[in-house]
Ligand binder design. Structure first.
Ligand SMILES: NC(=O)c1ccc[n+]([C@@H]2O[C@H](COP(=O)([O-])OP(=O)(O)OC[C@H]3O[C@@H](n4cnc5c(N)ncnc54)[C@H](O)[C@@H]3O)[C@@H](O)[C@H]2O)c1
Length: 315
């Protein structure tokens, strides 16, 4: 079989490094570009020295650098972005630059180099607060409530338009919450950091009744790779989520219990944790199931395992 070369943007991140590991396992040559704005060198340490692995420190906003990194690439996994919804509330141009501007750069570098396939890490936030649960991929109109969600939706549009205009193919993955080892953000990470600072109390943003799906990271990357191997439309859109959901209050309870059980849980109140947060996220996964993919862990199990590993990693 001839060599296949993948480019992973954001490969040093919490999700990206697991994707890199899986692609290498599957025989791909993998080039990672990352600027370490939220990812870490430690996440890539286990690949160093492997001849099928290459790393370039690069900001995807550098279009010329990206055109260079795209040379010889057959398929792109575009994960680099600002991962933190709340940051986009303060810096209103952050998600614009790290979203559509960065994604246009990736697509433009692909166009110039003749690369035809792209997989993209989108988000359930493109649905805003939908009226239909579980929410299917063809739900509309798509009216995101966060700037981050608006940025992801714009990226989806760019991928679809480049695919149709320049004969490319796109796989768009709308993630639930992805959790597991190597995370540098997210609700469990935040709770553990808060308890490290003050073990007597845990502040929870909102009323704790926000309910969402939490997917174990290797289930997420396994599903992404599986869908690119089994779905073959011009543009393929998939929700990636486990079957069940869990409330923020339940997660807070589990983190506090793992921390000795004594901290007082204090809710700031209101059905949303912050502007742009949605009280409920429950994604329909019939399309994912129809490809034959089966997640290994549900939300309950993924949360329990993540608390265990992050407790050790952040000790
Ligand atoms: N974790 C989740 O729950 C979740 C949910 C929905 C969507 N996503 C999306 O999945 C992707 C990966 O998220 P993650 O949780 O692994 O976050 P992460 O912060 O761990 O990974 C993002 C990576 O991209 C890199 N990066 C950011 N901007 C860059 C730039 N301009 N140039 C080069 N590298 C850059 C960061 O250094 C980091 O390594 C992101 O696009 C995120 O929006 C994540």
């Amino acid at each position: 079989m001839s060599e296949r070369h993948a480019l992973v943007t954001g490969g040093a991140g919490g999700i990206g490094n697991h994707l890199v590991g899986l692609l290498l396992e599957k025989g791909w040559h993998v080039r990672v570009v990352d600027n370490f704005s939220s990812g870490t060198r430690a996440n890539l340490a286990r690949f160093s020295g492997r001849k099928e692995f290459e790393f370039r420190e690069l900001d995807v906003l550098d279009l010329d650098g990206l055109k260079g990194a795209m040379e010889g690439i057959d398929f792109v996994w575009h994960l680099a972005a600002n991962p933190d919804i709340r940051k986009g509330i303060i810096e209103t141009d952050l998600d614009l630059r790290q979203g559509p501007v960065a994604t246009r750069n990736v697509l433009e570098a692909m166009r110039v180099r003749g690369t035809k396939g792209i997989a993209f890490s989108s988000s359930s936030t493109v649905y805003g607060f939908p009226r239909t649960f579980p929410t299917p991929e063809d739900y509309g109109p798509l009216l995101p409530e966060s700037v981050y969600g608006g940025s992801k939706l714009a990226c989806e549009g760019l991928i679809s338009s480049f695919a149709h205009t320049y004969g490319m193919q796109g796989w768009i993955f709308r993630f639930a919450n992805i959790i597991g080892p190597g995370a540098t953000h997210g609700v469990i990470y935040d709770f553990i950091m808060k308890l490290k600072k003050d073990p007597t109390r845990l502040e929870v943003l909102g009323d704790g009744r926000q309910r969402k799906g939490y997917q174990w990271v290797t289930d997420c990357v396994g599903a992404m790779v599986h869908c690119t191997e089994t779905a073959n439309e011009r543009v393929n859109v998939f929700n990636l989520a486990p079957e069940d959901t869990i409330s923020v209050a339940e997660i807070a309870r589990q983190v506090v219990d793992a921390w000795g059980g004594t901290a007082r849980i204090e809710f700031t109140g209101g059905e949303r944790g912050w502007a742009g947060d949605v009280p409920q996220q429950n994604l329909a996964i019939d399309r994912l199931r129809s490809t034959g993919f089966q997640s290994r862990y549900n939300s309950q199990e993924a949360v329990r395992k993540t608390i265990e590993v992050l407790r050790q990693e952040l000790a």
